[in-house]
Design a protein around this ligand. Structure first.
Ligand code: ATP
Ligand code: MG
Length: 455
């Protein structure tokens, strides 16, 4: 296993397109880093440069201490799992997993060694019952696991995943997501995982690197990205439903500060007001869950935020909660800014609407004035032109990422302890099995022609 370091990495394609622009990223030994961003932002390009399938135009790539810019892919010892993983349809699951081992003539592995390695991978991936089957007879999730098994047996220094789950349906994706996360913890293997699905990004990674048009925006734990985003882009890209952006200007009178917005005047604390001072316009970032029906908020909590009156234009009842929509009508200039932002994020047109998450118990109705409470202690203010977050607290953010690091270590220890226990329990059974069960997985001679292994 090894760390991976990217120092000022650039990629300019032959046609002159500058796809990756000075990326600096250090991935610690055993760390799970997610690369996320809208389509075309350079995620695959970056990953392919790490694995060696694409030349690096400028900068240094290190695996461990070794600079590997000019090292051939096969000598980098990285295992890559692609979106369109190719299994060999005429080979059994066993042979598919064993494939890279047989391909590696230098290692000169005996048949027993190959069997042992495949057995270990298949136990981990719960493929033991399917080893003799052909890929055509497997479910999508099982096939995905075979592809991963092939990466595992290689004992690579790191795993690189390029949207490995995007071919699967939503349910299976959720299941595989959990499996990948657990497997990564158990193996403690350095991993880079590319996705444009922000749920995958938030749930899988120790740290998430957000990329926009070839430039790294922020690298932090999911919590830090969510609570202390560095700019409008990260704030809007991370979280679902997305953060609302509301144009506003500050009005201060006798020590009372309000953000005057198209949906009403929102009183804000001094600290937030300071960030907006001297500016004609700011974007207020409000996550949907910052809102609540004021009549359901207890007195203690009420004092942490403010109450303003508004009319909901639309209400969606989802059973466990409801989404209250507040449409507004911004200036044409603001409208353009919002729609440019939506384009950058690859999102649907950002409609000028504030989405609020209200308790399912709330009896508010659209078209009548309602009192909404909003947690103003958590709002962020952004410069609408540069996108900079004017209220970011870097120390609070760093603390969140530090805590995530500790939690990661705890989970790795726990997963590995569990694995040891399982192994000890299983040891007895396996010796018995081995005596009576002389499985022959031999598929020698089955055409392995014209195929190329990945990585
Ligand atoms: N061989 C190439 N020559 C020129 N431009 C390329 C080449 N390959 C990719 N690009 C461009 O580089 C940019 C980054 O492409 P890349 O495949 O890395 O995006 P991505 O972030 O992986 O997107 P997606 O989420 O759609 O997979 C895109 O604008 C793409 O059009
Ligand atoms: Mg891609």
């Amino acid at each position: 296993m090894a760390s991976i370091t990217l120092n000022n990495i650039h990629k300019t394609y032959d046609d002159g397109f500058h796809a990756v622009k000075g990326v600096d990223l250090e991935i610690a030994d055993g760390e799970f880093v997610i690369l996320v961003g809208p389509s075309g932002c350079g995620k695959s390009t970056l990953l392919r440069m790490v694995v060696g399938l694409e030349d690096i135009t400028d900068g240094d790539l290190l695996i461990g201490e070794r600079r590997v810019n000019e090292v051939a892919p096969k000598d980098r010892n990285l295992a890559m799992v692609f979106q369109n993983y190719a299994l060999y349809p005429h080979l059994t699951v066993f042979e598919n997993i064993a494939f890279p081992l047989r391909l590696n003539k230098d290692a000169k592995l005996s048949e027993d060694q190959i069997k042992a390695k495949v057995a270990e991978a298949s136990r981990m991936l719960e493929l033991d019952d399917h080893l003799d089957r052909k890929p055509g007879n497997l479910s999508g999730g099982q096939r995905q696991r075979v592809a991963m098994g092939r990466a595992i047996v290689r004992e690579a220094d790191a795993f690189l995943f390029d949207e490995p789950l995007s071919n699967l349906d939503a349910k299976l994706r959720g299941q595989m997501r959990a499996e990948i996360a657990q497997m990564q913890r158990r193996l403690g293997i350095t991993s880079i995982y590319v996705t444009h699905d922000q749920t995958e990004a938030m749930t899988l990674g120790d740290r998430v690197a957000v990329l926009k048009k070839g430039e790294l925006q922020q690298v932090a734990s999911p919590r830090e990205l969510y609570e202390q985003p560095i700019n409008l882009f990260v704030a809007g890209f991370i979280g679902s439903p997305s953060m609302n952006f509301l144009p506003a200007s500050l009005k201060s009178e006798g020590g009372r500060h309000v953000l005057s917005s198209p949906i009403g005047d929102i009183p804000v604390p001094e600290a937030k007001a300071k960030a907006a001072e001297g500016r004609d316009l700011v974007f207020v970032g409000l996550r949907p869950e910052f809102f609540e029906d004021a009549s359901l908020v207890d007195e203690d909590k009420k004092s942490k935020g403010s109450i303003f009156q508004v009319e909901l234009t639309h209400l969606e009842w989802l059973g466990h909660e409801q989404y209250g929509h507040i449409e507004f009508d911004p200036d044409p200039e603001v409208k353009t800014m919002l729609s440019d932002l939506a384009k950058e994020m690859d999102a649907d047109e950002l409609r000028p609407v504030v989405v609020t998450t209200l308790s399912a118990e709330s009896r508010v109705r659209p078209g009548t004035p309602v009192d909404l409470w909003v947690d103003t202690s958590r709002i962020h203010l952004f410069d609408p032109k540069t996108g900079e977050n004017l209220t970011r607290d870097p120390e609070a953010g760093a603390e969140l990422t530090r805590m995530a690091g500790e939690e990661r270590q705890r989970q790795i220890d726990l997963a590995q302890e569990n694995d040891r226990k399982k192994e000890q329990e299983g040891a007895g059974h396996r010796t018995e099995d081995a005596i009576g069960d002389n499985l022959d997985h031999g598929t020698e001679g089955e055409g392995r022609t014209g195929s190329h292994a990945q990585g």
